[in-house]
Design a protein around this ligand. Structure first.
Ligand SMILES: Cc1cc2nc3c(=O)[nH]c(=O)nc-3n(C[C@H](O)[C@H](O)[C@H](O)COP(=O)(O)OP(=O)(O)OC[C@H]3O[C@@H](n4cnc5c(N)ncnc54)[C@H](O)[C@@H]3O)c2cc1C
Ligand code: FES
Length: 257
C-alpha cells in the first residue's frame, strides 16, 4: 500500500563520480514492491529542491527493511542525494506506479540505457525464477557508462553496445546484431532515453513482438494531481505516467503510430 515512510541512509556504493547506488533502511516493515515500481524521494537539506524526485526501486530486502536505488546524478536533486551522511533521515513515498507484466512467454529481451537500467534487476530475477530465457542489452556512449553487468549476468546473457565501441558492439542498441542474427524474443522490455525506447518499440512493432516501456517523464506531485507527467496515447487520450504507468504497452503510446 502506498505510504510515506521514514528511512535512514545506510550505505553508498559509488560506481563512478556521478553514478551511485544508495541503500536506505527503515525501522518499519517494507511495503511489497514489484519490478517497475518507483518511490518519490525527498531531497533532504536542500532549500532549492522542493519536489521529491521519482526513482525506480533497484532492489528490496524485506528482512533488513531496506530499499536500494541506482541514481545517475544529473541535476540538483540527484547530486544532493549523493551527499548524505550515514544515518541521515530521508522520507519516501512508495510503492508508486504499476509493474511490468510477464504472461505466457518463453524468452525476453531487456533493453536498458542510462538510469533506465534500474528496474531490470528485479525484473530479471523474476523472469529467471519463472524459467524465462532472458537477454539483457545495455547501451551507452562509452564503457565508463555501462553499469550493473555482474548483477544482470546472474539472470541472463548480457550484451552491450557503446557508441564509441569501447565495450561490446559499436553503435546504438538497435544496431546490435541480436536484431539481425535471427534471435527470437517473445517480449521486449525497455527503459531509458525516449529516442532509444521509441526505436526499440518500432522494431518490436515491425516484428509483432509485445513490448513494454517504462517512461521516465518529469514528475511533480507523483499522485495524479498536477498532470505534468502525461503522455499521449495512440487513440488520442492522455495518461498520467505517475499513476497509470510508468510501464506501458508501447502499442498504446502515441509514439507507436
Ligand atoms: C518513474 C521514474 C523512474 C526513474 N528512475 C530513475 C532511477 O532509477 N535512477 C535515476 O537516476 N533516475 C531515475 N529517474 C529520473 C529522475 O527522476 C531524474 O533524473 C531526476 O528527477 C532529476 O532530478 P534532479 O533534481 O537531479 O535534476 P534537475 O535539476 O531537476 O534537472 C536537471 C536536468 O535534467 C532534466 N531532467 C530532470 N528530470 C528528468 C527526467 N525525468 N527525464 C529527463 N530529463 C530530466 C532537466 O530538464 C534538467 O535539464 C526516474 C524518473 C521517473 C519518472
Ligand atoms: S506527476 Fe503530477 S500528475 Fe503525474
Amino acid at each position: 500500500m502506498k505510504k510515506i515512510q521514514d528511512f535512514k541512509l545506510k550505505t553508498y556504493q559509488w560506481l563512478n563520480d556521478e553514478n551511485y547506488i544508495f541503500t536506505l533502511q527503515s525501522e518499519e516493515d517494507i511495503e511489497a514492491v514489484e519490478a517497475g515500481m518507483f518511490a518519490e524521494i525527498e531531497v533532504p537539506n536542500a532549500s532549492d529542491v522542493f519536489l521529491r524526485r521519482p526513482i525506480s526501486v533497484l532492489d528490496v530486502d524485506y528482512d533488513n527493511k531496506s530499499l536500494s536505488f541506482y541514481i545517475k546524478a544529473i541535476g540538483k536533486g540527484t547530486r544532493k542525494l549523493g551527499t548524505l551522511q550515514e544515518g541521515d533521515p530521508i522520507s519516501l513515498i512508495y510503492p508508486l506506479g504499476n509493474t511490468f507484466t510477464i504472461g505466457n512467454i518463453r524468452s525476453a529481451l531487456i533493453v536498458g540505457g542510462g538510469s533506465g537500467i534500474a528496474p531490470f534487476v528485479m525484473l530479471g530475477r523474476e523472469l529467471k525464477e519463472k524459467g524465462i530465457k532472458t537477454t539483457f542489452l545495455l547501451g551507452a556512449r562509452s564503457k565508463e557508462d555501462i553499469f550493473l553487468t555482474d548483477e544482470f549476468a546472474k539472470y541472463g546473457e548480457v550484451c552491450v553496445t557503446t557508441e564509441d565501441g569501447s565495450l561490446g558492439e559499436k553503435g546504438l542498441v538497435t544496431q546490435h546484431s541480436l536484431f539481425s542474427d535471427g534471435s527470437q524474443f517473445d517480449k521486449i522490455y525497455t527503459c531509458g532515453p525516449d529516442p532509444m525506447m521509441k526505436a526499440v518499440a518500432r522494431i518490436a512493432k515491425e516484428r509483432s513482438i509485445a513490448c513494454e516501456a517504462s517512461l521516465e517523464n518529469m514528475m511533480a506531485c507523483g499522485f495524479g494531481a498536477c498532470l505534468c507527467c502525461v503522455t499521449p496515447t495512440s487513440d488520442g487520450r492522455n495518461l498520467c505516467v505517475c499513476t497509470e504507468g510508468p510501464v506501458f504497452n508501447t502499442q498504446e503510446l502515441a509514439w507507436s503510430i
